[in-house]
Write a protein that binds this ligand. Structure first.
Ligand code: ADP
Length: 284
């Protein structure tokens, strides 16, 4: 038996105490599952999930998004997906984006997209279970899970019950303080979920005329914080009004994601080769 790296998601040994994952239906096979997390809401987690998923799709991968952020289920809006999820007695059928990304979201079950989700944790957990087990995902290379912000009940259910290959942490310069990133890092570490790296969103603005880079929230803290927690600094993303406009129009797939191609290559390499991912020092 290979040496235990404490990543049960990639291990077939039936150890005592190993997590009991939700069971994917027999018609679906998902190669890699990545959770996208943030310490708090409003940092652009859903927009970043959508862009990374879109970048993968444009690079020829088969991609799905499970929108588990019931506090702000904005994935369908960003992709302009409106129709309710349909199904038969056994399976649910995901909605398809223009480019063919499979999408499920609690918002696609609500009569109106602006209805609030007034469900308690266990009910939401049940919905996530159904989204994972009963959706006809078919063959996917990558499933991205847009996690609820913070470290609450639903995030815990996902960490415990879905075999994540790892998580990407999203933050912004003003939020990129030790405490907020630290909470996400520690939660992932306590659940033995590898951290694939840190993305700094809204890091800078590029002047459309003179191309000067402005850092409205002060200098980037990506490298310092990533070093502090011994995780990989992945990328700095600019504030771009074009992105906001495309999200609002439901056309995020029209955004040029070529700046994410290196990130796609890096993550794909890490996950395909199961390179041992950074183990975090909890004392930090
Ligand atoms: P979260 O999922 O963290 O709550 P969202 O992804 O919903 O945050 O983003 C909040 C708002 O900010 C959305 O309107 C989104 O389009 C916008 N936004 C996010 N990142 C950027 C960015 N880098 N540039 C411009 N607008 C952004």
């Amino acid at each position: 038996m290979a040496e235990c790296d404490h990543n049960c998601a990639s291990c077939s040994s039936k150890c005592e105490g190993a997590p009991k994952y939700f069971n994917l239906n027999q018609y679906s096979h998902i190669k890699h599952i990545i959770g996208v997390v943030s310490g708090k809401g409003g940092v652009g987690k859903s927009a970043t999930t959508s862009l990374i998923a879109s970048a993968y799709q444009k690079n020829g991968y088969k991609v799905g998004i499970l929108d588990a952020d019931i506090t702000g289920p904005s994935i369908p809006k960003a992709f302009g997906v409106k129709d309710a999820i349909s199904g038969n007695e056994n399976l649910m059928f995901p909605q398809l984006s223009t480019d063919g990304i499979k999408i499920v979201s609690i918002n696609l079950l609500l009569p109106n997209e602006d209805d609030p989700v007034l469900w308690r944790g266990p009910v939401v957990g049940g919905a996530i279970k159904q989204f994972y087990e009963d959706v006809l995902w078919e063959d996917l290379d990558y499933l991205f899970i847009d996690m609820p912000p913070g470290t609450g009940d639903v995030a815990l259910t996902i960490f415990q019950s879905i075999p994540l290959d790892g998580v990407i942490i999203i933050s912004t310069p003003q939020d990129l303080v030790q405490m907020i990133v630290g909470k996400a890092v520690k939660m992932a570490n306590m659940m033995n979920i590898p951290i694939l790296g840190l993305v700094e969103n809204m890091s800078y603005i590029e002047c459309p005329n003179c191309k000067t880079i402005i850092e409205p929230f002060g200098p980037s803290k990506l490298i310092d914080i990533a070093n502090h927690f011994n995780i990989k600094p992945l990328i700095k993303m600019p504030i771009d009004p074009k992105l906001t406009t495309l999200v609002d129009a439901g056309e995020i797939e029209k955004y040029d994601t070529s700046f994410l191609n290196d990130l796609v290559k890096y993550l794909d390499h890490e996950l395909r080769h199961k390179v041992k991912l950074t183990k975090i020092n909890l004392d930090k």
